[in-house]
Design a protein around this ligand. Structure first.
Ligand code: ASP
Length: 317
């Protein structure tokens, strides 16, 4: 069995590439890296890689994480600037014995040393969006709600599970702010003996529940990926509301080492993309019921077309 699951519609083209690779017997690590790079390279996704929205100082700072579930190797980057593919740097870092997590200037020095592609990641489109939002926010700059991290879990034919993330984080975040995405156990986690999970939403809240680790732990206890995702999201959502009065956006996907998958969210509008040996790449839209149970149905052709139309429409300032 093989498969790959990812947060959001934006992962669709990436998982199509990964699906082809997995079919041919290529490794989970290569497939997931290829899939995430495709999202990083697409200029119209404003929350990952090239074209990602900048922080408060109008600088694009990127976070990424990678975990190999066979060896438990982890590599992660926080607040790196001007490199095209943070996921590839994170994967390379996972091969090191120490210094697996690097931030800012140190991460950039490492990436330069290993000759990863350097690129100005702030696009004119992202600049226009920044100006527009800045006006709307009435001078008072706040992290913007429409953040979306790409997170993936991938299983290859040999049974290796990997998990990975890449993001420009919260729009208008403070310089140096690092979210959950490069934090192992929060943004991503993989254990080939069980499966993997990854998250998107408000990093500050996702971290409080180490949510990706929690999902893998629940799957290890015998829960299905769907049950584990729902329990982890609902428990954290309730706990945050009880202790803090509110819970940020929490959305997750998971796949176990049999290729079974699940998802959960505490918001409306969450989508995910998945392909397995048994099904072609499909985008699903998730609905959360009153009782916290989440169901999903395939996105219609109209929904998919509208999605791209909105993403590629000119930014009206
Ligand atoms: N979790 C990411 C962060 O807090 C943002 C997102 O997933 O949308 O940086």
């Amino acid at each position: 069995m093989y498969g790959i699951i990812a947060t959001w519609r934006m992962a669709k083209e990436g998982i199509e590439l990964a699906d082809e690779m997995l079919k041919k017997g290529e490794t989970s690590g290569s497939a997931i890296e290829t899939a995430i790079r495709a999202v990083e390279d697409f200029p119209y996704y404003k929350s990952v890689g090239y074209g990602g929205l900048p922080n408060k100082e109008q600088i694009v700072e990127l976070d990424a994480g990678y975990m190999d579930g066979d060896t438990m190797s982890v590599g992660a980057l926080g607040a790196i600037k001007d490199f095209a593919n943070p996921i590839s740097i994170a994967r390379k870092l996972s091969e090191e014995k120490v210094n697996n997590v690097l931030v800012g200037e140190g991460a950039e020095k490492y990436a330069r040393e290993f000759q990863f592609e350097e690129k100005e990641m702030l696009t004119d489109r992202a600049k226009a969006f920044y100006r527009k939002k800045k006006k709307e926010l009435d001078q008072e700059l706040k992290p913007y709600d429409g953040h979306d991290t790409v997170g993936m879990v991938c299983l290859d034919q040999s049974g290796t599970v990997t998990a990975a993330t890449s993001t420009s984080g919260l729009f208008m975040k403070r310089s140096g702010r690092v979210g959950d995405s490069p934090i192992v156990g929060s943004g991503f986690y993989a254990d080939s003996e069980v499966g993997g999970a990854t998250a998107t939403g408000l990093g500050e809240d996702l971290m409080k529940g180490c949510i990706s680790y929690e999902i893998v732990r629940l799957m290890k206890e015998g829960l299905t990926p769907q049950e584990a995702c729902e329990k982890a999201v609902n428990d954290l959502d309730q706990k945050l509301k009880a202790k803090r009065g509110e819970a940020g956006d929490l959305s997750v996907v998971a796949m176990n080492n049999k290729g079974e998958f699940g998802c959960a969210t505490n918001i409306g509008g969450f989508s995910f993309s998945v392909a397995t040996q048994e099904q072609p790449p499909i985008v699903y839209l998730v609905t959360r019921e009153e009782d916290g149970h989440c169901t999903f149905e395939e996105a219609s052709k109209e929904w998919l077309e509208e999605y791209m139309r909105v993403r590629m429409a000119p930014v009206e300032e």
